[in-house]
Design a protein around this ligand. Structure first.
Ligand SMILES: Nc1ncnc2c1ncn2[C@@H]1O[C@H](COP(=O)(O)OP(=O)(O)OP(=O)(O)O)[C@@H](O)[C@H]1O
Length: 249
């Protein structure tokens, strides 16, 4: 198989005495949509933040496009951050900035001056919010805010986009439209996607591969079909949404 776009080896992270990641080994293949599943507080967001170097490993390495980024300085990380866009949990929009200014933010931070207006318009086009530059975040629905957050992640034309719970707080129809956007970025724009979600319906719509994180390690990887059929005692209750507690009849 060709070299993976991202390779994580033996990744460990600690916050004080809390050992959150305990040796994560994971590969993200070029052009795939990889979905990361796992219980709340299991370290999915922490893992995601290591991929563009927003967190530095306590132990282990993260390679982007064959280069180990785990010990780079902020300055050295800049070209890798351009390759990997991130859509943060909750969107994380600046409420005092317009939609256009929010989307342009990372380009301005990177010191770019030319072509910003066109790039913003293109990103808003991709997320199917053309011409919405002047709106304020307070005027947007939850689904539109997520689209703006996605426009912000793709405005730098990254090779890979990371999504931290892109469906959180959305109704099923709006969540479905976000899934279509995620899949369009893969099939229409050749992007690699890494999606952290709890939304099982979405997993079966968008994933080429699934990785399940449990107690700070990758417990299982496989296709959505293999996930559907698995009898793994940790995965099965998660897929079925079964806490094991009885319901009164
Ligand atoms: N910057 C930080 N400082 C201290 N602890 C942190 C930090 N970031 C995450 N944690 C802790 O690491 C653990 C894993 O958090 P993380 O957000 O990765 O979980 P998650 O799997 O994404 O959960 P959820 O599905 O609920 O979002 C949590 O106990 C969290 O409190």
């Amino acid at each position: 198989m060709a070299d993976p776009f991202i390779r994580v080896r033996g990744l460990e992270q600690k916050f004080g005495s809390q050992h959150v990641l305990r040796g994560v080994d994971l590969e993200v293949h070029r052009g795939e949509t990889l979905v990361i599943l796992g219980g709340s507080g299991g370290g999915k967001s922490v893992l995601l933040k290591h991929l563009p170097g927003l967190l530095q490993p306590w132990r282990g390495t993260v390679e982007i496009d064959g280069e180990d980024i785990s010990t780079l300085t902020e300055r050295q990380l800049a070209p890798y951050r351009r390759k990997v866009g991130i859509m943060f949990q909750g969107g994380a929009l600046f409420d005092s900035l317009t939609v256009g200014e929010n989307v342009a933010f990372s380009l301005r931070e990177a010191g770019e001056k030319k072509g910003i207006r066109d790039r913003v318009a293109e990103a808003l086009e991709i997320v199917r919010l053309p011409g919405q530059e002047k709106k304020m975040p307070s005027e947007l629905s939850g689904g539109m805010r997520k689209r703006v957050a996605l426009a912000r992640a793709v405005v730098g034309r990254p090779a890979c986009v990371l999504y931290d719970e892109p469906h959180a707080g959305l109704d099923p129809i709006t969540a479905d439209s976000i899934d279509h956007l995620i899949k369009d970025l893969q099939t229409g724009h050749g992007m690699t996607n890494v999606v952290v979600t709890h939304d099982m319906r979405s997993v079966f719509h968008i994933a080429d591969r699934v990785a399940f994180i449990q107690e700070g390690r990758i417990h299982w990887t496989g296709s959505p079909e293999e996930l559907k059929a698995t009898e793994d005692p940790i995965l099965r209750p998660f897929i079925d949404g079964d806490s094991g507690e009885p319901w009164a009849t």
